[in-house]
Design a protein around this ligand. Structure first.
Ligand code: ADP
Ligand code: MG
Length: 211
């Protein structure tokens, strides 16, 4: 055990409550993990193995039923949500678009760590070309009422948000799973740049995407 670890996951178990005929389901059992600043952690496992559950707990979208998570030695239950979320960029498995323009959808990622423009974030995430082809370009309205984008485009926009956000802890939850192999290859170099100096959680169900 290392008390200097940036993030400590201590004896974390999680059981989702049952509902009606669905019995309770244990998603995680006694997970212990010490993560140093700047480390890359790969979480590899088949669907349903609890990867997203663990990640959701780091962002405090939910709390473990047992055990605790510490950031810099402090239980995250004692840290303001705003401070936890500010230090994390998360590219979720199912990214969410807001019903606003492309530009605003990337801008939502803005944080005190932001060090590039929205256009640069679009370029780095290989979103720029498809955005430029939209009728209103960066002003095109997206989301439920606006233009629908493909799964791969959605993922690239979520990456644009993360590039723009530039937070010190980065969580990539199957972040390239919807990209075709050409886009996945194109994005590798940008990913290296994004990961540099950050504490990164990389989640995949295929070993090849982590490599
Ligand atoms: P992974 O990301 O590795 O695919 P998840 O963390 O999403 O796995 O899921 C782990 C287990 O918890 C699965 O059995 C899943 O069905 C269950 N689970 C996940 N989210 C919920 C939820 N909101 N309510 C009930 N069960 C859930
Ligand atoms: Mg998952």
């Amino acid at each position: 055990m290392n008390s200097q670890a940036l993030i400590r996951i201590v004896g974390v178990s999680h059981t989702y409550p049952g509902k009606g005929k669905t019995p309770p389901r244990q998603a995680l059992k006694e997970i212990d993990l010490d993560i140093q600043s700047g480390e890359m952690i790969a979480l590899l496992g088949p669907n349903g193995s609890g990867k997203s559950t663990l990640i959701n707990m780091l962002c405090r979208f939910q709390d473990p039923t047992r055990g605790s998570i510490l950031f810099d030695g402090v239980d995250i239950k004692k840290i303001a949500l705003k401070d936890i979320r500010e230090s994390i960029s998360m590219v979720p498995q199912k990214p969410f678009l807001f019903d606003v323009s492309v530009e605003e959808n990337i801008e939502i990622g803005q944080s005190k760590y932001t060090n590039m423009t929205i256009k640069e974030a679009a370029k780095t995430s290989h979103s720029f070309d498809f955005i430029e082809k939209l009728p209103m370009k960066f002003q095109e309205r997206l989301g439920e009422q606006g233009t629908r984008v493909s799964g791969g485009q959605l993922q690239r926009l979520a990456l644009a948000r993360a590039f723009y956000r530039n937070a010190p802890i980065l969580i990539l939850d199957e972040a390239t799973s919807a990209l075709d192999s050409e886009n996945e290859e194109n994005i590798q170099n940008s990913m290296k740049q994004l990961i540099k100096g950050k504490t990164t959680f990389m989640i995949a169900h295929r070993f090849s995407s982590i490599r």
